[in-house]
Design a binder for this molecule. Structure first.
Ligand code: TUI
Length: 314
């Protein structure tokens, strides 16, 4: 099943892999791209050398297009914004902010930019800035979240912009894919399910936690400091939630509590101090599979669901 997104990005299947911070490296990105989707390397919170190395590695592992995600809160955002131009990365996604100051340079370099947006206003802004599409991500997603749900956000963004819209947040199978198309999206971005892909190098404890998670096992923390993130309920996130609105705890203490927690979860699998970002759909992710199996299964199920919906409509 091909959509406008396939033509736009030169891919076979309209599935993007989320650029998960501290998790999405060249191995995962290349595996998703080889499966026909668009793999995405996270620039992490690291500097230009790491990203260059990962881009080169991805090029060794695949001859298909892949993308890079820049987390705009990264202290190295300015530097990695240049690296993607120098390395002629074809596709870029951004998260946790507006990419305004980089857009002119990126589009002039011929890079296709797909910012993640949590609202209609930001989608319109990104269209004006030259984005080729937007990723409308609902608050069901893991990591940095906006206020709206995918169900409410996607059709409103679709109505508000002329550029294609990719749906994200709470999607992990063919039913979610079909629902995204029904809402007017041209494809999906999936994070949590790819986190347990065989080619994903995240710590084994992280994968185990996702595979064990139930529907109600995530929570959002960090609203007080303006950066809400969804993660699994663990000693870290429960501890954060317990002090978040305590007036005796100042902002600096709260911030210090979270420093390094994402990295500890992804690289050490630290069950006590780690912050295990995950979407609400984690409860549906029950087995480790190769990226190809994941992509194929989603597409097969989506076709079945869409065909059976056609019968209902007849
Ligand atoms: O970015 C994500 N997910 C992420 S980023 C991340 S790392 C992190 N580290 C420290 C604090 C916070 C996060 C882990 N997961 N998803 C894309 C996304 N972007 N979701 C929501 C947004 C977003 C939010 C606000 C995009 C633009 C935006 O603009 C508001 C503004 O004021 O900039």
């Amino acid at each position: 099943m091909r959509t406008q997104l396939c033509e736009l990005l030169g891919i076979e299947k309209p599935i993007l892999q989320g650029g998960m911070a501290w998790i999405a490296d060249a191995d995962l990105a290349a595996a998703v791209s080889n499966a026909g989707g668009l793999g995405i390397i996270s620039a992490m919170n690291l500097g230009p050398d790491y990203l260059r190395e990962q881009i080169q590695r991805a090029r060794e592992l695949t001859d298909k297009p892949f993308g890079v995600n820049i987390m705009l809160l990264s202290p190295h955002a300015d530097e990695v914004a240049q690296v993607v131009i120098e390395e002629k990365v074809p596709v870029l996604t951004t998260g946790a902010g507006l990419p305004s100051k980089y857009m002119k340079d990126w589009t002039q370099a011929g890079i296709k930019v797909l910012p993640v947006v949590p609202s209609v206003a930001m989608a319109k802004m990104c269209q004006r800035l030259g984005a080729c599409a937007v990723i409308a991500e609902g608050g069901e997603s893991g990591g940095h979240v906006g206020d709206l749900t995918t169900m409410a956000l996607v059709p409103q963004v679709v109505d508000a912009v002329e550029i294609p819209v990719v749906a994200a947040g709470g999607i992990a199978d063919g039913r979610g894919f079909a629902a995204a198309l029904a809402l007017g999206a041209v494809g999906v971005q999936i994070g949590t399910r790819f986190l347990v892909a065989k080619e994903c190098n995240v710590h084994e404890n992280y994968k185990k936690k996702i595979l064990k998670a139930k529907d109600i096992d995530t929570l959002v923390t960090g609203r007080r400091l303006g950066h809400p993130v969804r993660s699994l309920k663990t000693p870290f996130s429960r501890g954060y939630a317990a002090i978040e609105y305590d007036p005796k705890v100042d902002d600096e203490t709260l911030e210090a509590y979270a420093v390094g927690a994402l990295r500890l979860a992804a690289t050490q699998g630290d069950e006590r101090k780690g912050c295990f970002l995950a979407g609400q759909i984690a409860g549906m992710v029950k087995k480790e599979q190769s990226a190809r199996e994941i992509v194929d299964e989603i597409m097969e199920q989506a076709v079945k669901v869409l065909c059976s919906m056609g019968k209902v409509a007849d």
